[in-house]
Design a protein around this ligand. Sequence first.
Ligand code: ATP
Ligand code: MG
Length: 322
Amino acid sequence: MVRHTEWDDELSKDTKQRRNNRKHRKVSADQAHLDNESSEFIKSLNSSKGSEWMSEKKYKRMFTEIEEGLSGVLGDGPFEWVDRRVFDAVFDRLTLMSLYKLMKSGAIDTLDFPIARGKEAHVFHGTGEFGPVAVKIFHTSNAVFKNLIQYIEGDPRFGGLKRRHRDLVDIWVRKEFRNLSRLAKWGLSVPKPIGVHKNVLVMEYLGTAEAPSPRLRDVKVLNPEVVYDDLVEFLAVTWQKAKMVHGDFSPYNIMWHDDKPIVIDVGQSVVQSHPKSQEFLVRDATRLVEWANKNGLDVTLAETMYDILEMDLSHISIAEEE
Ligand SMILES: Nc1ncnc2c1ncn2[C@@H]1O[C@H](COP(=O)(O)OP(=O)(O)OP(=O)(O)O)[C@@H](O)[C@H]1O
Ligand SMILES: [Mg+2]
């Protein structure tokens, strides 16, 4: 159940405010620009705007709630939010808001400890209504982008780019969520998607209370034939039934959980109508053949491709309508 909160109102007020600010900025843009480019830039770096909002009264209750949920990650006791000044506090604010939303909806109760840091995201162990969850929090900016954005955002002629970058990240995360849902509906072995809000994705957790399950690349399996067959079928059902292709299929993106392979990281997966879907399929199959050969199996790309495309899957039906 999603509870409507004051925070929703705060958000929409906020958006309006930002729009007004932007309008206002446009009028005086050229003037301000001519006035002093560098002083604007330095001011923006020094400005306390990044963390000031955290001490505002209206957010206090929200923080208390988030604090309770995040105490595992942050250590024991109340957390001094105001001391936690980060360069891109603006992004953090929206991430916290997303976590708050997901806590309200029941998808997340607590965020406990970090599991992994990838190129695009941090993954945390958490708990939700029905047990442990994995929470993938996507970076809303990368080092390169951060480096560039400081020269762009401070220039009044090019405001608003931060938002647009965030929008792209949000779309990417929703795409990963939808891809997981579609694959899960065909009964494929992926973590069950649980919730999504902006740059935060919540899914079924694969692992024990102490640590996540290893990746396929980190284990030596006893029965590579069975695993290979499983994975060929995964690719076949994904292609023939779900009409999709993973796109980054590799032992790095397959977890070894309860003695079975479970495929993760489906943000880049595309539907068959994508112009590069066939190219991606061949690449995915190639990775699988490489893994199989390394594990002593004598299979070729041609055979594997044939199986993926021609395997009889008439017994497989959708688990649930999309
Ligand atoms: N559902 C899950 N349960 C447990 N651990 C997970 C889960 N999903 C991801 N992880 C862990 O987080 C790591 C990164 O996840 P994922 O590959 O989805 O993110 P990524 O940002 O694309 O990472 P990379 O850039 O390394 O590919 C995984 O290798 C795995 O260790
Ligand atoms: Mg990955």
